[in-house]
Design a protein around this ligand. Sequence first.
Ligand SMILES: Cc1ncc(COP(=O)(O)O)c(C=O)c1O
Length: 405
Amino acid sequence: MNAHLQQLQARADAHVMRTYPPAPAAFVRGQGTVLFDGDGQPWLDFLCGLAVTSLGHAHPAVTEAVADQAGQLVHTSNLFLTEPAVELSERLATITGWDDATVFFAQCGATANEAAIKLARKHGKRQHPDKVRVVTLEGSFHGRTLATLEATGQPAKHVPFAPLAGFVDHVPYDDPAALRAAVGDDTCAVLLELVQGEGGVRPIDPEVLTAAREACDRAGALLIVDEVQTGIGRTGPWFAFQATDVVPDVVTVAKALANGFPIGACIARGEAAKVFEPGDHATTFGGNPVACAAANAVLRTIEADGLLVTAAARATRLRDGLLRLVDDAPSAAGVRGRGLLLGLTLDAPVAADVVAACRDRFLLVNAVATDVVRLAPPLTVSRQEVDQALAIVRAALEDVAAGAR
Ligand SMILES: Cc1ncc(COP(=O)(O)O)c(C=O)c1O
């Protein structure tokens, strides 16, 4: 542990609430795919602050947009319009391909999902006063507010806060019949991820997705796709749903939207686009001009630099390299995920050890299950960085097999 990290951790231990375990590193700056710690040591960042910094660190377009906007206007509240927020709503309508899209701006993934759940409940109650239940999948992750925690299909995370409100029905993530059976007259929404990121980088079974769309149509419920982790090019297209035949009524985004500036958005189309009326939902920081300017810069850059195309090429290189590890490296069992959201599955519960061994070699990845390591590099990652990361993962697997970790 370097001196900078040691000092920061000691200060944090005194006054920062202990919702996180001790940090394995502390960083002072970043450039592209590389983070630098207090000793000036470079680390290869294949974690991206939890799938956030998709343009890499300190991208000049984002830096300039943030600096410009911060020099003009940082905040006005949700009572007033600003150009960056309106422009961002237009850009989001364009990239969803929904001419009639309307957007609610939130601060993060949980608050984007919270908005979507409230929207669905209001939509449901217009049909029937009890139409407020939400169906989600086991293993899902939708956030940590009380409603999104309840939507999250991971019971262990509920335990410290139970009892919860009891408005969510969880169904197995791979059982279309169970999903169909769970959606009834009292269901206002099905909420799901197309790749469960925190739940182990597990892509959804296409039959479950089709069943969800059909069940929502039959029950008059909304299909909400949580693209907080999969959105903004992480899995290939702008949104993961665009690689399927299914069109949701609502999508939520956050994480990569502003490359690290806190923002979330709930985007609705059709009837869902007209549900909220003045006074129904609000947040002081919603549509913050600096966050929206950063997001506009992100979307502009991805488009202008053709990053969806280059990221797809890097994704193939990374996936192929991981598949080679599955062929001949110890413990590597399989590869799953989409685009640059990939999980290396292991044949034993050693993901935490593999992650630690990667850190020993200054590669940042994380474990999303006891036997799954997640890799989520920026869309801007270079071929050389992909190859470098693959070599480190190989060495880490060998370290763990040799008992060196
Ligand atoms: C799919 C998904 N939804 C929601 C969230 C919650 O986002 P936030 O942490 O920004 O509230 C996350 C965070 O990991 C996520 O992966």
